[in-house]
Every structure is written in structure tokens, then in C-alpha cells.
Design a protein around this ligand. Structure first.
Ligand code: SDX
Length: 435
């Protein structure tokens, strides 16, 4: 971060105040105006609901150019990482440490994560309190938060070693907990992790194997899942990452912070969109129904949105959506489902929407969630678990951002202010004098 020669000057038309503010330059992307002295100098706050024009921090982890449709993890384009950048754990190492691992570093990292995939044997008892049809995200919010109760030895967030151990534990145990949530929902026994399988193969094993017969890992499907995890690993200061940072700014332990991130990700405007997008496609049913559906979306009173479309930052095609569509082709071809009606419906819907003025004028393009439901459904993952897979993948991004925040000398407890529009001070009337 460097100081710009240019300063920002704020002056009021009535001449009541004038303030000069520094401008900082990052390595790439928009500069920022440092408004930290604004309230002290003017007695006023900025007003920015949804933080559309607000940088909450400085970060070196993930960069997004919404106009170009560009996504970089520590400077590497997502297209390169997802296609020839190795597997998800390499991306995890990159996001956590800032550089891709060499062979020796990768071996050590994979071994460390592998050795932490089991959860405490008593974790299974938390599941029994849930209904079998509980939404997996409710189970994950509960069980990830509960992990803290087993790790009093590594909850001192000011100890770099404790931060490192917590990061590894969360990355390693999320697949186990997501698979346990699934097994619990279908009444099958939990499956222990296997140290002889890769991260994604182990997840598929814990999800789909049973004690009754050996489970054969399909490497094409494992690679597809691994790519899905890479595509979802981090995404700058999105709603759930900002939630994790805000929770972490109070000094809350990392398990509590990640549980807060999971809760936020659950929303259909955010990580819940993949589940909602698939339900939308199933509701549309056929290409013939697309025009009627699009008409509903355009009718503001309908409250209907094109799920999997639009993005706060991308005003161009989400680069992850392109890669997700390619993964759809690969998986459906591998499974002999080339004619999957939902995939064909999704492509038809995308084509129609991208030619429609309503979407073009609002720069609404498919985002990461538009195709991810189709490919996860083809992998045998139930719709209700799609957002759980998103949380599994995003855990490394959340924890990398949390670690960066904790070690940032500028970090303070996050505490936004407000424009108060409620009642000024008034006296409490006795109950017999109230209207
Ligand atoms: C994720 O932030 C991240 O990085 C998130 C994420 C990540 O990796 O962490 O990328 C993951 O959350 C992707 C987004 C998944 N959500 C969906 O697909 C849900 C559908 N999308 C919309 O809810 C919406 O596009 C948002 C929430 C994603 C973005 O909302 P914005 O930036 O607040 O957009 P907006 O409401 O300002 O929209 C501008 C206009 C509005 O119309 P007008 O008022 O100008 O007439 O576009 C319309 C909106 O009504 N619009 C849509 C639409 N999205 C926006 N109209 C129909 N369908 C949509 N999907």
C-alpha cells in the first residue's frame, strides 16, 4: 500500500468544513480514500449500505476485476489454478501462505491435513440432537461451532502456532463433518476418513461408501469435485468472509468465526444460490417455459430472481461460471448424461438471458452458482448439501482472511455506525397515559 501524490479534499458548499484525506494505491485495482479522520473533523459519518463503495481492509489474498471478469488467488488466474495448478490442497497452501508449494512443502502439507481429518469421537453425539431432515447448513453451523469445545489447547488467537493448528484442523475436518451431515440425513453409518486417499477422494469415500462393500473412487469425478473446491476457495471480501472478519475482530476463536461464516453463506443471495438455482431449473421444467419465467423475473412485483445470475462485483461473466460449465460437460460425458435435460435447460436459459436487454442493461451474467448445482447433482450430491460443499471449499478462504486480519497491525474491532432516523429523546409516560 503506497501513498498517492494526489489527496482527496472534501469541502462543504456552505463553507462549514473542509478536509484533506490521503489516497492509497494498492498493487492493482481501485485506489482508496482514507476517511478515518472524517468523523473527528466533521462530526459526520459516510453512508454506504451494503458497502458498495467501501474497502473494509487491505488484503493480499484474492483480487477480482468485475469488469474484466478476472479472479486471482495470490496473483494466479483462477483459470490456471483450476486447470493446471494442481489440486485443491495446493490452492489451500497458496491461499494460506502466499506462494504455491514446492514438492516437499506439498507433501508435508498434505500429510499434515490428512492426519487431522478425524473429528473427536464425541462429535457424533451432536448429530443425534438434529432431526434427520435438518438442513445440512444448520448441522454445520452447530457442529463447526462445537469443534471449539474440543480444542482448548489451540484457541489463543494471538499465538501464531495456535492459528496455524486451527487452520489445519478446520480445513481437514470440514469434509468429515459435511459427509457426516449427509450420512446422518440418510440414516447410514458415519464413514471414517482414510489416510491413503487424496482430500477430494476421501470426501467422496466418506460420502458414498458403506461398510457393506468396497467403494471404487472414480478419478474423473474426484478431479471434478477438486475443481469445484478450487473455484469456491476464496473471493475477496464477500458477505460471509466479511462476517468471519467481523466475528474475528472481537477476538472470537476461529471455530466460532467459521461457524458465523457458514451461517451467512447459507443465504440464497450468497452461497445458498446454487441450491436455489437448481430448484429454479427444476421449477422451470422445460425450455418452453423459459419465456414465461423470464417475464416473471422482469416483473418487479413477482420478487422472482434469476438465481445463479448477477453479482455485486462481476459486471461481466464470472470466470468461475465458465470453468464450472466445462466441468459440467466433463462429468456429464463421463457419466453418459450428455443429454441431461437440466443442463440443456440451463444453457438455453443462459443464452436467452444473455440476449435479453433486461439482463444485458443490468450487466447480469451467470455466476459461480449457476452451473455448480448441475454438476454436483451429477456427482450424486443432494441439492440440500450444495451450500455445505461451498462452505467446505470456502473454509480455506475464510481462515486465510481471518489469519491475515489477526496479524494486521491496523485491525480493530469492527464497529460500523449509523444514520439514526428513529425517535429523538422522549419521556416514558405512565401506562394509563399511553395511546
Ligand atoms: C455468490 O460477493 C461474492 O463474491 C459472492 C460469491 C462468492 O464467491 O463469495 O461470488 C458467491 O454469492 C454469488 C451470487 C449468488 N447469488 C445469486 O445468484 C442470487 C441471484 N443474484 C442476485 O440476488 C444479485 O445479483 C446479487 C445479490 C448476487 C447481487 O446483488 P446486487 O449487487 O445488490 O445487485 P442489485 O440488486 O444492485 O441489482 C441491480 C439490478 C436490480 O434491478 P434494478 O433495481 O436496477 O431494476 O439487477 C437486478 C436487481 O433487481 N438483479 C436481478 C438479479 N440480480 C440483480 N434481477 C433478476 N435476477 C437476478 N439474479
Amino acid at each position: 500500500m503506497t501513498n498517492s501524490e494526489t489527496k482527496a479534499t472534501l469541502s462543504f458548499s456552505d463553507g462549514s468544513a473542509s478536509l484533506e484525506m490521503p489516497i492509497y494505491k494498492g498493487s492493482v485495482g481501485p485506489d482508496v480514500i482514507d476517511i478515518r479522520k472524517l468523523y473527528g473533523a466533521t462530526g459526520m459519518f459516510t453512508y454506504d449500505p451494503g458497502f458498495m463503495s467501501t474497502a473494509a481492509c487491505n488484503s493480499s489474498i484474492t483480487y477480482i476485476d468485475g469488469d474484466k471478469g478476472e479472479l486471482l488467488y495470490r496473483g494466479y488466474p483462477i483459470e490456471q489454478l483450476a486447470v493446471n495448478g494442481g489440486d485443491f490442497l495446493e490452492t489451500c497452501y497458496l491461499l494460506l501462505n502466499g506462494e504455491l508449494p514446492n514438492a516437499a512443502q506439498k507433501t508435508e502439507f498434505v500429510d499434515t491435513v490428512t492426519k487431522h481429518t478425524m473429528v473427536h469421537e464425541q462429535m457424533q453425539f451432536f448429530f443425534r440432537g438434529f432431526r434427520r431432515d435438518a438442513h445440512p447448513m444448520s448441522v454445520l453451523v452447530g457442529t463447526v461451532g462445537a469443534l471449539a469445545s474440543f480444542y482448548h489447547d489451540s484457541l489463543d488467537i494471538n499465538d501464531p502456532h495456535h492459528r496455524e493448528v486451527s487452520a489445519i484442523r478446520l480445513i481437514a475436518k470440514m469434509p468429515t463433518l459435511v459427509a457426516m451431515a449427509y450420512k446422518y440425513s440418510i440414516g447410514q453409518p458415519f464413514v471414517y476418513p482414510r489416510n491413503d486417499l487424496s482430500y477430494s477422494a476421501n470426501f467422496m469415500h466418506m460420502m458414498f461408501s458403506t461398510p457393506c462393500e468396497p467403494y471404487k473412487v472414480n478419478e474423473v469425478l474426484v478431479r471434478a469435485l477438486d475443481r469445484i473446491l478450487i473455484l469456491h476457495a476464496d473471493h475477496e471480501q464477500n458477505a460471509s468472509t466479511s462476517t468471519v472478519r467481523l466475528a474475528g475482530s472481537s477476538g472470537a476463536n476461529p471455530f466460532a468465526c467459521i461457524a458465523a461464516g457458514i451461517a451467512c453463506l447459507w443465504g440464497p443471495a450468497h452461497g445458498g444460490a446454487n441450491e436455489a438455482a437448481l430448484s429454479m431449473l427444476e421449477e422451470i421444467g422445460s425450455v418452453d417455459n423459459i419465456p414465461e419465467f423470464i417475464a416473471q423475473v422482469k416483473d418487479k412485483n413477482s420478487g422472482v430472481k434469476l438465481m445463479g445470475f448477477g453479482h455485486r462485483v462481476y459486471k461481466n461473466y464470472d470466470p468461475r461460471a465458465k470453468l464450472m460449465r466445462e466441468t459440467c460437460y466433463e462429468v456429464l460425458n463421463e457419466l453418459g448424461l450428455q443429454d441431461d435435460p437440466l443442463f440443456k435447460l440451463a444453457m438455453a436459459l443462459e443464452k436467452i438471458a444473455l440476449e435479453d436487454e433486461y439482463f444485458v442493461s443490468r450487466k447480469l451474467y451467470p455466476n459461480v452458482d449457476f452451473y455448480s448445482g448441475i454438476v454436483q447433482r451429477a456427482l450424486g450430491i443432494p441439492t440440500s448439501l450444495f451450500t455445505g460443499i461451498f462452505a467446505l471449499a470456502r473454509t480455506v478462504g475464510w481462515i486465510a482472511q481471518w489469519k491475515e486480519m489477526i496479524s494486521d497491525p491496523e485491525q480493530k474491532i469492527g464497529r460500523p455506525r449509523q444514520l439514526f432516523v428513529g425517535s429523538p429523546k422522549r419521556d416514558v409516560p405512565p401506562i394509563d397515559q399511553r395511546g
